[in-house]
Design a protein around this ligand. Structure first.
Ligand code: NAP
Ligand code: GDD
Length: 324
């Protein structure tokens, strides 16, 4: 009988970690989820799989914890999803962001190289690295011009992944993922903030939604589709880097319009802009070309922009119904 595959997922408690763990369990993997010690670990997103996933404690800031965990789990596949992932926080806490998001990836790669060099490694890279984009749509060859300490940190982690592959021959892939959302998205990110406010305003629980730049355009997909792409990258014959995106771009204003339409309201009557929510530097336009992933991995998104907005608003309405 063949040995059960073992996967180590950092960032288990985040949006993607929860979807990926569910996906891997469905494929029969033994899943180890790295959780950092806190007085109150945030396990809401993984409540449904707590009996199946094995929680291991460690922190991307602590090299020895990562080596210990890898030695204990002996993973075949490692998915490094942990990061300080919120762009505004990266302006407020640039050194912490670099410690976790940039150096944390190097710590993971070094731990793997020394403890389990045969494992396959996935790094959660980001379209935020394209920043002030030099071409549209963006693909694997588009130059990187990061516009935030977060983008800069992800770029360091991206090149650390590429260098480990080239220097030491480890199987390491960097997935350059465009924005992906879901009802489990953190509440500070714009899509969840809009979906939640639209639902609450429609029920008379809130009056105004304050937002920053309404003109920014993003390529928004569904997180469930994107974790499948992560797994596909680690099943390929050769390690490589892939853009994962829908190929469609919409503005924050478009997202508002759809979300409020879903609850029978006009967004213009409820949204106000606030100077404090404007970033010191902005990424104006992101839209990805995922044709390499389609060709080599057979990956395609299944959820449209309209479907995503509806899914997120409907989930917020259902939550309000359940709490009544
Ligand atoms: P998320 O919801 O913010 O989750 C981040 C995870 O990292 C959380 O589980 C968090 O744990 C963990 N973490 C933070 N600092 C840590 C540390 N020092 N040690 C160990 N764990 C730590 O992010 P996400 O949306 O799921 O995204 C997953 C990854 O993909 C991130 O690296 C993100 O930067 C990247 N990415 C996301 C997108 C997107 O659109 N979602 C696009 C491109 C790339 P706590 O629960 O303890 O805070
Ligand atoms: N968060 C937030 N809150 N964003 C706002 C707001 C607001 O009130 N108003 C306008 N925006 C604009 C931001 O200025 C940005 O242009 C856009 O909405 C999207 O912001 P976020 O949802 O915070 O996501 P992000 O694009 O900055 O970063 C996300 O995507 C990256 C991939 O490109 C994060 O998930 C990153 O971790 C990820 O790497």
């Amino acid at each position: 009988m063949s040995e059960r595959r073992r996967a180590l997922v950092t960032g288990l408690t985040g949006q993607d970690g929860s979807y990926l763990a569910e996906f891997l369990l469905g494929k029969g993997y033994e899943v180890f989820g790295l959780v950092r010690r806190s007085s109150m670990p945030r396990l809401e997103r993984v409540q449904g799989i707590l009996g199946e996933v094995q929680i291991v404690y460690g922190d991307l800031i602590d090299q020895s914890s990562l080596q210990r965990v890898m030695g204990d789990c002996r993973p075949h596949e490692i998915y490094n999803l942990a990061a300080q992932s919120f762009v505004p926080t990266s302006f407020a806490e640039p050194v912490l962001t670099a410690e976790v998001t940039a150096l944390g990836a190097t710590r993971m790669l070094e731990a793997m190289r020394h403890v389990c060099p045969e494992a396959r490694f996935y790094q959660a890279s980001s379209s935020e690295m394209f920043g002030a984009v030099r071409e549209t749509p963006q693909n694997e060859l588009t130059p990187f011009v990061p516009q935030s300490p977060y983008g800069l940190s992800k770029l360091y982690a991206h090149w650390a992944t590429v260098q480990h592959r080239e220097a030491y021959g480890v199987f390491a892939c960097s997935g350059i993922l465009f924005n992906h959302e879901s009802p489990r998205r953190g509440e500070e990110f714009v899509t969840r903030k809009i979906a939640k406010a639209a639902a609450r305003i429609s029920r008379g629980l809130q009056e105004v939604l304050y937002l920053g730049n309404l003109d920014a355009r993003r390529d928004w997909g569904f997180a469930g589709d994107y974790v499948r792409a992560m797994w596909l990258m680690l099943q390929a014959d050769e390690a490589a880097d892939f853009v994962i995106a829908t190929g469609e771009t919409n503005s924050v204003r478009d997202f508002c319009s759809r979300a409020f339409e879903r609850v029978g309201l006009r967004w213009e009557d409820h949204v106000e802009t606030q100077e404090a929510l404007i970033r010191p530097l902005e990424v104006d336009l992101l839209v990805g070309d995922a044709s390499l992933a389609e060709e080599r991995l057979g990956w395609e998104p299944t959820i449209t922009f309209e479907g995503l907005v509806e899914m997120m608003v409907d989930a917020e309405l259902a939550k309000l119904d359940a709490s009544e």
